[in-house]
Design a binder for this molecule. Structure first.
Ligand code: C2E
Ligand code: MG
Ligand code: MG
Ligand code: MG
Length: 288
């Protein structure tokens, strides 16, 4: 009987694996077409300065409304894009679209309070020898001031090949581009590396913010203290509650990003938000 059950379980497991593999293949085929078909678009999520209550940045986040498979999450399709190599074209498209939009905001005078538009960089892009040339060409084309572009590289990707990445980051910094480390706290960077890296900001991973107030307190406090001792800014990701905001403010966190303030939104929605609330103040929701 047990043997029979084991066999059944294996059959179920195998069927699931096959389904998953098929879904990936289908997604990969769709993704090749998606770039040409304009199925991809960007959302933008504001980052807010906890002291002034002003928007100091936005993060561009890719969205895909697939004709065949419906709305898909980047957490699912970005890994597929990476494994298939599509990420290089896709990443270039994201950079170009975000920079074009940022240049429009800039021309409209909406960016004076904005420090940056942040774009996520994948592992493959970081390894791509053509990356610097692509970025230069895009900045040239859009005429976006270099200092308005910020690239986010995850701690995991960074530490995977720290020497090559330090080299890349130096070149980016020389070009005037800002850098922040995404999902910070989930990887294994040491203080000695951080000290040598040409970075501007750490983004506290949302898993720690999720555990505020409570179990996340010690690690969040430690990350903020470490960042500040290295003269880096800190932004907390995934801020969803007033309690989290209050803790972060008391702990001296510089910036926040999360559903509590705003969800990722279309460029048009963000334009409206910038127009409406250029002196957006969190004082209305935060006790003084
Ligand atoms: P990430 O770069 O860490 O982006 C933050 C994610 O947290 C986004 O998920 C955002 O929608 C979500 N988020 C923001 N505030 C909250 C909150 O208060 N609560 C919760 N639960 N979530 C919040 P999204 O857009 O689904 O993206 C997931 C990941 O996919 C990103 O994580 C990033 O690693 C990757 N990704 C997204 N767009 C791009 C892109 O254009 N290029 C690359 N290479 N990766 C991207
Ligand atoms: Mg910046
Ligand atoms: Mg990010
Ligand atoms: Mg993150």
């Amino acid at each position: 009987h047990a043997k029979h059950q084991g066999k059944n379980r294996y059959a179920v497991f195998k069927a699931e694996m096959e389904l998953r593999a098929q879904r990936r293949l289908r997604m990969e085929a769709n993704l090749r077409r998606a770039l040409q078909n304009e199925e991809l678009y960007l959302h933008y999520q504001p980052q807010i300065d906890l002291r002034s209550g002003r928007i100091v940045g936005v993060e561009a986040l890719i969205r895909w409304n697939c004709r065949d498979m419906g709305q898909l999450s980047p957490a699912e399709f970005i890994p597929v894009a990476e494994e298939s190599g599509i990420i290089v074209d896709l990443g270039r498209w994201v950079l170009q679209s975000a920079c074009r939009q940022a240049a429009l905001w800039c021309k409209a005078g909406l960016l004076d309070s904005l420090e940056h538009v942040a774009v996520n960089l994948s592992a493959c892009q970081a390894r791509d020898p053509g990356l610097m040339d692509d970025i230069r060409a895009i900045l040239d084309e859009t005429q976006l001031p270099h200092g308005l572009l910020e690239l986010e590289i995850t701690e995991g990707v960074l530490m995977d090949n720290v020497h090559a990445n330090v080299e890349l980051m130096r070149r980016l910094q020389e070009a005037g581009i800002h850098l922040s480390i995404d999902d910070f706290g989930t990887g294994y960077s040491s203080m000695s590396y951080l000290k040598r890296l040409p970075i501007d900001q750490l983004k506290i991973d949302r898993s720690f913010v999720h555990d505020l107030p409570g179990e996340g307190e010690a690690i969040v406090t430690a990350i903020i203290a470490m960042a500040h001792s290295l003269h880096l800014k800190v932004v907390a990701e995934g801020v969803e509650t007033l309690q989290q905001v209050e803790f972060l403010r008391k702990a001296g966190c510089d910036n926040v990003q999360g559903f509590f303030f705003a969800r990722p939104m279309t460029a048009a929605q963000l334009t409206a938000l910038l127009l409406e609330r250029r002196d957006w103040s969190t004082r209305t929701i935060l006790p003084a």
